[in-house]
Design a binder for this molecule. Structure first.
Ligand code: DGL
Length: 270
């Protein structure tokens, strides 16, 4: 019997308020090297963490429409803030798979020895009822402290993730959690993996840190397989990058975080 395997070489659209989602996109490119990726940074409107649900929803819909026009076969909302605020309404309007990013509360509660977990998030995520419900559903008896981190995304967007200013700000957010005896820390914003080095230095490596790039990539991979959307393994995936605010500085930052030279194109219609 002859079986013909079909492939879908259309792109996967990945987006965030800025450069944070590159932490997810990079993992996707490593684990799914045959997939074509289109990454969109809405840097003109970052940070989303200080915006209203209405505003975030409007931006998410505009970017999603744009990616669908580019014939994307699946979308990854590589942003906790946008996921918690806007994924349900987007799923109700669009019929391709939409994968969101949620803070890893469930594995953190399971792994914590003393059942003291903290989650670093943006202001908008911390105030969102869907986020509260996520904690209620998955805390599994652990005490979960929510730590909003205003100012952190802005510094990372400016490329100041290794600065003393960034270190001091992180210290201000982490010290009370260390004093409270937290043993497991969830990074609930896709920008935060880019300050992991500073977090480890402040905590002395004594707090276990969880982020979501690997589970999101595994989930995406399963969805593509289940729905017959995987790309041909014989091809090497092409990667395109767009931003609503292109500058020389951003171009350098993208290349630095992606660990390879790349071109950021202007997303002019947004
Ligand atoms: N990277 C985003 C997140 O995961 C949003 C950061 C922001 O724009 O405030 O929440």
């Amino acid at each position: 019997m002859n079986t013909t395997q079909t492939f879908d070489n259309r792109s996967i659209g990945i987006f965030d308020s800025g450069i944070g989602g590159l932490s997810i996109a990079k993992r996707i490119s490593e684990q799914l090297p045959h997939e074509n990726l289109i990454y969109v940074a809405d840097s003109q409107h970052a940070p989303y963490g200080e915006k209203s649900t209405g505003f975030i929803t409007e931006r998410v819909n505009l970017i999603a429409q744009q990616l669908i026009k580019q014939e994307c076969k699946a979308l990854v909302i590589a942003c906790n803030t946008a996921t918690v605020n806007a994924i349900s309404q987007l799923r109700s309007q669009v019929d391709i798979p939409i994968i969101g990013v949620e803070p890893a509360i469930k594995p953190a509660a399971k792994q914590s020895i003393n059942k003291k977990v903290a989650v670093l998030v943006t202001q908008a995520t911390s105030q969102n009822p869907n986020f509260q419900r996520l904690i209620d559903r998955h805390h599994n008896g652990a005490l979960v402290t929510i730590q909003p981190c205003p100012g952190l995304v802005e510094l990372i967007e400016q490329g100041k993730q290794h600065s003393d200013q960034c270190y001091q700000l992180l210290k201000k957010y982490l010290e009370p959690l260390m004093s409270a005896g937290v043993d497991t820390l969830v990074l609930g914003c896709t920008h935060y993996p880019f300050v992991l080095e500073a977090i480890t230095s402040i905590t002395g490596g004594l707090i276990h840190v969880l982020e979501t790039a690997t589970p999101v990539t595994s989930y995406l991979s399963r969805q593509l397989k289940d729905k017959g959307l995987s790309a041909n393994v014989k091809q090497t995936g092409q990667h395109q990058f767009f931003s609503s605010k292109v500058s020389e500085h951003q171009q350098q930052l993208f290349s630095q975080l992606w660990q390879a030279p790349l071109t950021v194109n202007a997303l002019t219609i947004l």
